[in-house]
Structures are given as structure tokens and as C-alpha cells.
Design a binder for this molecule. Structure first.
Ligand code: PNS
Length: 157
């Protein structure tokens, strides 16, 4: 059985994340999607809110399991016994950062490989940060996020 792990902040989950999840889920027996903590970020939604939104968005993808973890990514990879970490990449700055993290993670845990997945062209401009800003100023976020996330963001304004 080949298991993979797609970690992220998901504050909130966007259509870009969902595209990576759907395209990747078909390649593995189990795909764990993990709500995690990036110490460099300030979050709008609590870990529980982020987890619940993701669970709702992934409920129809049978081999996706949504989990949360507060700690090092390699420790979660070890705990779930996965050999592959998936990261989405939109542009060269994502690539630089993900490449660096992949090197660090491979030094921290031998045998774990990071697969960098290019975003679909339609998703290149989407980020959780931009979506939150558009929502804050009353813009239309429905092209960028799943319906339940759009509803939650409107309420949270
Ligand atoms: O969606 P994000 O914010 O780009 O996700 C980044 C995340 C959460 C995957 C990354 O910050 C992470 O792996 N956090 C867990 C702590 C960790 O292992 N840090 C070292 C990475 S080399």
C-alpha cells in the first residue's frame, strides 16, 4: 500500500488545494491531508475550523483522510508511515521554499521523498492570503474557494 501526505495550513482551503488533492488522491492508495502549523503565519481560522472545512470539502473522495497535527512534518510522516510528502507549487518562489523544506525534511527523516506538484494553470493566482484579503474588503471569492468556505469567510468578515 502506497500512502502519501499533503500537509498545509489550509487557512482556508482553496480551489488550488482541492485541485492538488483530487489530482494526487488518484495516484496513491491513501492520501492523508494534514492541517498543520506554519510558525511564520498568523491564522484567521482555528485548527479545528480549518480541519472541519477540509473534512467537508474532501468527504466525497474515498481514499482521502483529513487529519491535524501540531509538530514537525517528519514526525507526522513517521507516525502515519508515509514515504511521500506532496507539496503544491505555483511559481518559482514556491519552488525555492518547497525545495529548501524538502532538503531539510529528507535530512531529518531518511526514506521520505517530497513530490512537488505543479498547480493547474487556472489556480496559479490563488492563495489563502489573497482570498482572505478579497473577502475582508467585500470582493467576490466564489471563483477561488469551495462553496462552504466562501460561506464561512463571509460570516467571519
Ligand atoms: O500551507 P503552508 O503554510 O505553506 O504549509 C507549511 C507547512 C505547515 C507544511 C510547514 O510550515 C510545516 O511543515 N510545518 C510543520 C513544522 C515543520 O516541520 N517545519 C519544518 C519544515 S522543513
Amino acid at each position: 500500500m502506497i500512502k502519501a501526505l499533503f500537509p498545509g495550513s489550509f487557512d482556508p482551503v482553496t480551489n488550488g488545494h482541492m485541485s492538488i488533492i483530487k489530482r494526487t488522491a488518484g495516484l496513491f492508495d491513501i492520501l492523508y491531508v494534514a492541517v498543520m502549523v506554519n510558525p511564520a503565519k498568523k491564522y484567521l481560522f482555528s485548527p479545528e475550523e480549518r480541519l472541519n472545512m477540509l473534512k467537508e470539502c474532501c468527504k466525497d473522495i474515498s481514499n482521502v483522510k483529513v487529519i491535524s497535527f501540531d509538530g514537525l512534518l517528519v514526525n507526522l510522516a513517521k507516525k502515519m508511515d508515509v514515504g511521500v510528502i506532496i507539496k503544491g507549487v505555483r511559481n518559482s518562489s514556491d519552488f525555492e521554499s518547497e525545495f529548501q523544506q524538502a532538503q531539510a525534511n529528507s535530512m531529518l527523516l531518511q526514506g521520505v521523498e517530497t513530490f512537488l506538484m505543479p498547480s493547474s494553470p487556472k489556480d496559479i493566482a490563488i492563495s489563502s492570503t489573497l482570498v482572505k484579503q478579497i473577502a475582508l474588503f467585500g470582493g467576490d471569492i466564489t471563483p477561488f474557494v469551495p462553496k462552504i468556505v466562501a460561506e464561512k469567510l463571509q460570516k467571519n468578515k
